[in-house]
Design a protein around this ligand. Sequence first.
Ligand code: ADP
Ligand code: MG
Length: 341
Amino acid sequence: QYSEPAPTSSDNLKVIVRVRPINDRERGLGGHKCVQQSSSQSLKVLTSEAQYFTFDAIAGEAIDQEGLFQVAGQPIVENCLSGYNSCIFAYGQTGSGKTYTMSGPSGIESGHNDESRGLIPRVFDHLFARIAQLQTRQVFCKCSFLEIYNENITDLLGPSEAHLHIREDAARGVYVENLHEEEVSSVDDVVQLLARGQAARRVGETNMNRESSRSHSVFTCTLQSSTTDENGITNILRSRLNLVDLAGSERQKSSGAAGERLREASSINKSLSSLGLVIMSLVDVQRGAQRHVPYRDSRLTYLLQDSLGGNSKTIMVANISPASANLAETLSTLRFAQRAK
Ligand code: ADP
Ligand code: MG
C-alpha cells in the first residue's frame, strides 16, 4: 500500500530523489540497505514495516552523472535560454551526495571532462553549446558565488569577508548589494570561478572555525541577450540560474550547545524549514490557492525570491544514503521532499 498519493505533475517544480551507493564504512558497521527502488517514481523504505514514497523521478545507483543531468539539468538550460529563472537545489544530510551531485566527487576540481563530473559543469557545457548554436542573438553570462552561514551572506569571489545585504528595487528586483560578478564565456571560466570560490570557502572555514556542511552555497549565473526583429524592435531577455548546495539537513544538536553553536544550529534549521515552507506555499498557489509565500523568513528564500514561483522552474534533488545507519535522516529527507509535492 502506498502511504502518499502519486505526485501531481507540475512542470515548474520537480522533486528527484537520488540514492547514492552504500559505502564501505556503512557496510563495515554491519549495515544493510534499507532503501529499494520499487518503480521509476517510487521508493520502498524498510522500517518496521515497508513505507512507500513517490516522487517525480528516482535516481537510483544505476543512474550516473550524465543520466541525472538529462533529468535535472538539460530542461533547466532550455528554460533559462527562454528567459525564465531557475533553481537547482541539492538537499540532504551531510555525506548523502549533495556536492557529488552538484559539482563532482571532490568538488569542482575533479576535472571537468571526466565521467564523474556533476551537474554544474554539465549544465554550463550544455549552455555554452546551445548559445553557440543561436545565430540570431548574442548571450552574455555573468556569475556570482556566495555563501550563507548563520544567516550572514559572504561573497566567495569578492575581495572582502564583510557581510553583504539583500536589497530590492523596481529595476533590479531582489539582489545582493556589492556582490562581485564576473563575465564568463566558457565552461573553463565557470570551473575556475567555482574553484576560486571553493578555495575561499575553505579559508573561511579555517579562519573562522566553521564547517562548510553548515552553510549554503549559491552559484548564480545571470544571462542577458537581445534580439532585434524585422521591425527594428529590440527585445531583451534576462534570466537567472541558481545552483544551490544546501547545508546538511541532519538535525543539529542543540542540546549542550551554547552561544555561537546554538545560534548556528537554529539558523540552519530555520533556513531549511523556511525553504520547505516557501516551496509548499508555491505548490498551493499553483493549484489556485490564495496564500502568502513567506520569502522573507530566511536570507536564502529572500535572495531567491525572483527565482522561485511564477514562471520559474525549480528542481529539488533530495540526496539519501541507502544504509540502515542513516534511516532516521533518510526518512526525514524523504518527508521534506514529499511535502514539496
Ligand atoms: P555531501 O556534499 O552531501 O556532504 P558528498 O557529495 O561529499 O556529500 O558525498 C559523500 C561521499 O559519497 C563522497 O565521497 C562522494 O564522492 C560519494 N558519493 C556521493 N554520491 C555518490 C554517487 N551517486 N555515486 C558514487 N559516489 C557518491
Ligand atoms: Mg558537500
